[in-house]
Write a protein that binds this ligand. Structure first.
Ligand code: BGC
Length: 734
């Protein structure tokens, strides 16, 4: 949050920018002056690709083909500014994408101002709607690497392959922090912590958009989503009510967006749900006062899918669609992801003519949209992909990065008696519903929206069975439990059914009872059991955990990540992933690591109530480490000082290791009840076998600020404790 003076300055800047639209000689502003109201509203309209292709909306002819009449209606008649989505909800080949984009562009050249159309797509973990695209581990797995540079690379490659498709706008990253483990989109987030999500999100924006203010032909516009607090539904169900105090809103949910804005994010998508009773698409205090005036965001704000319609049908805050259009546009929406009819455009035109939506608001929105098109180079060359070569598309080097991410994300949760790594000569019995199913490692947004249909699998990729049996040839598939008699160890690979959004709603976090049953049956054979989880969210494993000697969390690691699981099991990789989210033990105790002190109180008024299955940041290694030489530059600090902490870690094992270090700081007394601790810095390094590394953290005292009851972020003098693992030290801030 900016301080009050900065807010006033930004508000002044914002209002003068609006006035300048009318005066300047900027080509965008000139263009704006020449456009009719209908043309302007066209720019604010985003349609589903189904509306311009042959066939029925959700049953289009295959391969996709443009329907000339439908396209003419959209572009020439309505002047539609943007199109989205994959068509029939699945991926297409690069040649199909090129044909579609080229046809759209041809039509736009027939219009009065020849304004290029902006195509947008969800490339959530790689270019997942391109059949040739490289799939990366899903964002939660990416977060487990705690390696922002690697996440920037993921975004760069995703941008490259998306641009190669002919698409310059990606609806990613998800900057919602995962504070509600039941929520169906936990796997799309960078975890529960605002600092981690901010670091990863900023890296993603940097990777998508590249350096500078213009975006070249190898980068795309990112889209921060879903503003604001979408990830915290009270019921756990997608797109349902969120109740959060303004202090927590700013303390927990805002920082990742704030940081992405600082990084130059060019667009934002809005939360479909209601926040403290007001649907965010109708909330001017969020869309204009907070986003624009306070945070100074100047990019495009697009609705989520049908969200203006939902103000009538779902939220019941508007009596009809016309009222909903009026409320949302006046609240600050620039573009409506309508996306399946022309009602929005017709009604907005009426509203402007009736004076119900001021022209100033329309000009402001259209300016932002045209400006985005300009920054993306669309006015210069909307068909860049016809000239530009993309030789690295689907390359081994891209796949290798996906494997690297997977290798750094696999998280070893339990390793009793060092049962892992397994020797390759062992007879390993393997089973589990995910063993031979790529869909269960890819998850949703993998060539299809929900990710369940295996007809779109890339069969050249290794399932876990392929990966493991190639490296450990004595492995056998356990057809029934009794087979377990003849094996040395058992690997069970369980996967949650892929899903996202509403189809991913669940009533309980418990794992399927069939998983527990299978583990218990196999446990009778007294062989080491290794459980590998491939899940959309941290499903409760409390009942099966005691029967498992080792547990690996693979998140949704993707088809390029199964090798990493096999390598980890067999010791070719030393695991280094750590949990970016608290792993709960009970389905009704879903607290994040940075809960309040009161959350720790148990029925005896003792302090043992917070007892997750695994803590945020937990993740074992095959190496052991020795910590030494802690030094802190001071023990009292003023508010402008910087805390410098350093220490060395020795890898006392014979294996090279990667080691992530987390620095938590606790505020002991604060005027707003403080969290028990907060993550303030992290760093990951390689420590070679028998070698040591020095870690140094530079933490400005200003980063210990918290949101006060006046909603301003300030440091409050007092005592704090710095924690590193078991080490801690008290400091005083005055
Ligand atoms: C999702 C968004 C997505 C949009 C476009 C919506 O249903 O909530 O995250 O970007 O669809 O596909």
């Amino acid at each position: 949050m900016k301080n009050i003076f900065l807010s006033i300055f930004l508000a002044a800047l914002y209002s003068s920018a609006c006035q300048n639209v009318q005066k300047s000689s900027d080509p965008i502003k000139r263009l704006l002056r020449q456009m009719t109201t209908k043309e302007k509203i066209g720019q604010m309209t985003q349609l589903n690709i189904g509306l311009i292709c042959k066939g029925a909306l959700y049953n289009l002819d295959e391969p996709l083909q443009i329907d000339a009449d439908k396209l003419k209606k959209a572009i020439s008649e309505y002047g539609v500014g943007s199109i989205l989505n994959a068509g029939n909800s699945h991926g297409h080949s690069i040649s199909t994408w090129h044909e579609i984009i080229t046809e759209i562009d041809k039509e736009s050249r027939k219009t009065n101002h020849k304004i290029p159309v902006l195509y947008g797509i969800d490339a959530i973990h790689g270019a997942n709607y391109l059949m040739e695209g490289t799939l990366f581990p899903q964002p939660l797995a990416q977060a487990a690497t705690f390696n922002p540079e690697l996440i920037q690379k993921v975004a760069e490659i995703t941008a490259y392959e998306t641009r190669a498709m002919g698409i310059p706008w990606n609806f990613s990253p998800v900057l919602d922090v995962a504070r509600q483990p039941l929520w169906s989109r936990v796997f799309e987030t960078y975890g529960e912590d605002p600092f981690l999500a901010s670091q990863m999100g900023a890296s993603a924006i940097r990777g998508y958009q590249g350096e500078g203010t213009e975006v070249d032909n190898f980068h795309v516009s990112g889209c921060m989503k879903h503003f604001l607090a979408y990830s915290f539904p009270f019921t756990g169900k997608d797109r349902t009510s969120v109740y959060v105090h303004p202090i927590q809103l700013r303390e927990i949910f805002l920082p990742s967006f704030e940081k992405a804005i600082e990084e130059g994010a060019l667009s934002v998508m809005i939360n479909s749900g209601d926040l403290n009773g007001i649907p965010v698409h109708a909330d001017k205090s969020i869309l204009t006062d907070l986003l624009r005036k306070e945070l100074g965001f100047t990019g495009v704000a697009v609705t989520d899918w049908e969200d203006i319609i939902k103000l009538v049908d779902f939220h019941h805050i508007a009596k009809d669609l016309k009222e909903a259009v009026k409320i949302s546009i006046n609240a600050g929406i620039d573009m409506s992801m309508v996306p399946n009819d022309y009602n929005f455009s017709d009604l907005l035109l009426e509203l402007v003519e009736e004076g119900e939506v001021p022209m100033k608001r329309i000009d402001e929105a259209v300016f932002r949209i045209l400006d985005l098109k300009k920054k993306l180079g669309l006015f210069d060359d909307p068909l860049w992909f016809q000239k530009e070569d993309y030789p690295l598309l689907s390359s081994d080097s891209f796949r290798q990065v996906a494997e690297n991410v997977a290798e750094e994300s696999v998280t070893l949760l339990k390793n009793q008696n060092q049962v892992l790594p397994l020797s390759k000569d062992l007879r390993i019995g393997v089973s589990g519903n995910a063993l031979e199913k790529l869909t269960l490692v890819n998850g949703a947004w993998s060539r299809t929206w929900q990710g369940v249909d295996s007809q779109w699998d890339d069969t050249s990729k290794n399932t876990l069975w392929d990966a493991l049996s190639k490296k450990s040839p004595k492995s056998i598939k356990l057809k029934e439990s009794s087979d377990a008699q003849n094996v040395d160890a058992i690997v069970l690979f369980f996967g949650e059914k892929p899903s996202t959004e509403k189809p991913g709603d669940i009533h309980s976090l418990d794992v399927p009872t069939s998983w527990v049953k299978q583990v218990k049956e196999l446990a009778k054979y007294n062989k080491p059991i290794i459980l590998v989880l491939s899940v959309n969210r941290p499903l409760i494993i409390r009942e099966m955990e005691p029967y498992c000697d080792a547990i690996l969390m693979s998140y949704l690691i993707s088809e390029n990540g199964t090798n990493a699981i096999a390598k980890t099991l067999l010791g070719d990789i030393n695991p280094s992933g750590i949990l970016p989210i608290t792993y709960p033990r009970h389905t009704n105790s879903l607290l994040p690591y940075d809960h309040k002190y009161t959350d720790r109180l148990n029925i005896d008024f003792g302090m043992g109530a917070f007892k997750p299955q695994y803590a945020f940041g937990h993740g074992l290694s095959y190496s052991s480490f020795d910590y030494k030489e802690f030094t802190l530059n001071n023990d009292t600090f003023n508010q402008k000082d910087t805390l410098i902490l350093s220490y060395t870690i020795t890898n006392t094992s014979d294996r090279n290791a990667m080691k992530t270090e987390l620095i938590f700081i606790s505020d002991l007394v604060a005027s707003v009840a403080p969290a028990v601790k907060r993550l303030r810095a992290f760093n990951k390094k390689e420590i070679r076998a028998r070698d040591k590394q020095t870690y140094q953290f530079v933490i400005p005292i200003s980063s210990l600020a918290f949101v006060h009851s006046d909603l301003q972020k300030k440091v409050e003098p007092g005592e704090f404790i710095v924690h590193v693992g078991d080490w801690s030290k008290k400091i005083v801030v005055y």
